[in-house]
Design a protein around this ligand. Structure first.
Ligand code: GRF
Length: 206
């Protein structure tokens, strides 16, 4: 059974997609053992609690400095003893020690086709604003392993989504979530839970 800790910051639609996929058994061999938010008011916490999951907030605002927050955050993750950490709309830089300790066991969903529109400053609506400003006809989402960089780890899955002429950033974000994020994040977790992605971060020939 893959024990998963999901880290969130906002609305939690990706968390909801994971929970729904577990219920529908399109994700098997998996249990969400903890949901952690840096934001006490994240609706994602509400979604988790409704499912009876262990959902907690570890907020930087409650710590005197970044280092103390990092210590508390890592201790909270460790307390769940997860096999996999999933960043699902998580907007906080991870403690460097955590990236080392969980190397190859942290994945992230990013709302573009990496390497486009990613890296420092590219999150949430800003990603879609940049895609529309550039005039791309196709965008999408990427699930990747997390390394020391920002959106730079090995890519696991990607899914393309059409950009339409009248798209606003909000409309495009919703289409990317519905048609890509909520599909490929559960799929990646299921692949990891069922041994289809090995620790050297390469997919087995399946
Ligand atoms: C999504 O676009 C996700 O790709 C990005 O944050 C947005 C909100 O995600 N990382 P969620 O609704 O909180 O899952």
């Amino acid at each position: 059974m893959l024990k998963v800790c999901v880290c969130i910051s906002g609305g939690g639609t990706n968390l909801q997609a994971i929970m729904d996929a577990i219920d529908a058994q399109t994700i098997t061999n998996t249990e969400i053992v903890k949901v952690i938010s840096n934001n006490k008011n994240a609706y994602a916490l509400e979604r988790a609690r409704k499912k009876g999951l262990d959902a907690v907030a570890v907020s930087p605002k409650d710590y005197e400095n970044r280092e103390k927050f990092h210590e508390a955050f890592l201790a909270c993750v460790d307390s769940a003893q997860p096999d996999l950490v999933v960043l699902a709309g998580f907007l906080v830089i991870l403690p460097p020690l955590m990236i080392k300790k969980y190397a190859g066991r942290i994945i992230n969903i990013h709302p573009s086709l990496i390497p486009s529109f990613c890296g420092k400053g590219f999150y949430g609506l800003k990603v879609h604003e940049a895609a529309l400003a550039r005039g791309v006809k196709v965008t999408g989402a990427t699930v990747h392993f997390v390394d020391e960089g920002t959106d730079t780890g090995p890519i696991i899955l990607q899914k393309a989504v059409e950009v339409l002429p009248d798209d606003t950033p909000k409309i495009l974000q919703q289409r990317v979530m519905e048609q890509a994020e909520w599909q490929i994040l559960p799929k990646a977790i299921n692949m990891i839970a069922n041994g289809q992605i090995i620790s050297s971060m390469e997919e087995k020939n399946i």
